[in-house]
Design a protein around this ligand. Sequence first.
Ligand SMILES: Nc1ccn([C@@H]2O[C@H](COP(=O)(O)OP(=O)(O)OP(=O)(O)O)[C@@H](O)[C@H]2O)c(=O)n1
Ligand SMILES: C[C@](O)(CO)[C@H](O)COP(=O)(O)O
Length: 233
Amino acid sequence: METSVVIVAAGKGKRMKAGKNKIWLHLQHKPIFQHTVEAFIQHPGISEVVLVINEEDYEDMDRWRKSMPYSVILAIGGAERQDSVRNGLEALSESCTHVLIHDAARPFITAEQISGIITKLKDHQAVVVAVPVKDTIKIVGPDGTVQATPARESLWAVQTPQAFPLSLVKEAHQFALEQGKVGTDDAMLVEMLGYPVTIVDGSYENIKVTTPDDLWFGEEIMKRRSEERKRRK
Ligand SMILES: Nc1ccn([C@@H]2O[C@H](COP(=O)(O)OP(=O)(O)OP(=O)(O)O)[C@@H](O)[C@H]2O)c(=O)n1
Ligand SMILES: C[C@](O)(CO)[C@H](O)COP(=O)(O)O
């Protein structure tokens, strides 16, 4: 089993309203995407890292890459997240058999969670990191009226990484492309092929940095972790 990771960083970050792709914003003096890349680079179960970026970020990214002591493969993203993932999968080396797909905008992923998903992948077809929802969720119609309140016990908020055998996730992406289907995560495309998808426990700290308030939470998480590391030394 040779496991790689595709990290998608080719979004626009519109909800962040930073005037640039949010992955360049800093948390604890480092760009968000660099925290994410380093979580995987340092993991012994990961063989290669493909970082999917915007074409207009290429020059800056190439400069960043050359300044780092590790190797990252760059691929160019597409209009939607799904297109970026597909391009990233194409950039993986031939020896890759399994892949984790992760949002660059989730820099709080830990080594333990990466290990957990890789272990689970050994005897499951598709594995996603998720947490039980804490709020009561309501299905609301276009007129603002509540239509239903699904039982909370069965609701999970799905995060990344999501992990698959490479052949399966490539087949799912090809099927979606041909059928014009869009999934908000990669597992959804695998579900469309009828394969089971298994949950592995995530963390409420593994947030996707999406809106400006996430930067405040994120800074606190990073600060606390760095203080904990210093205390342990
Ligand atoms: N065409 C796209 C869209 C998104 N992403 C990546 O997918 C992840 C999750 O997307 P999201 O957080 O929604 O990022 P943005 O699309 O950048 O945000 P927004 O929707 O606010 O513009 C991010 O790491 C983002 O860079 C991508 O690689 N290619
Ligand atoms: C894949 C994902 O991170 C799962 O929660 C999420 O769906 C991506 O978010 P987006 O805003 O739809 O790009």
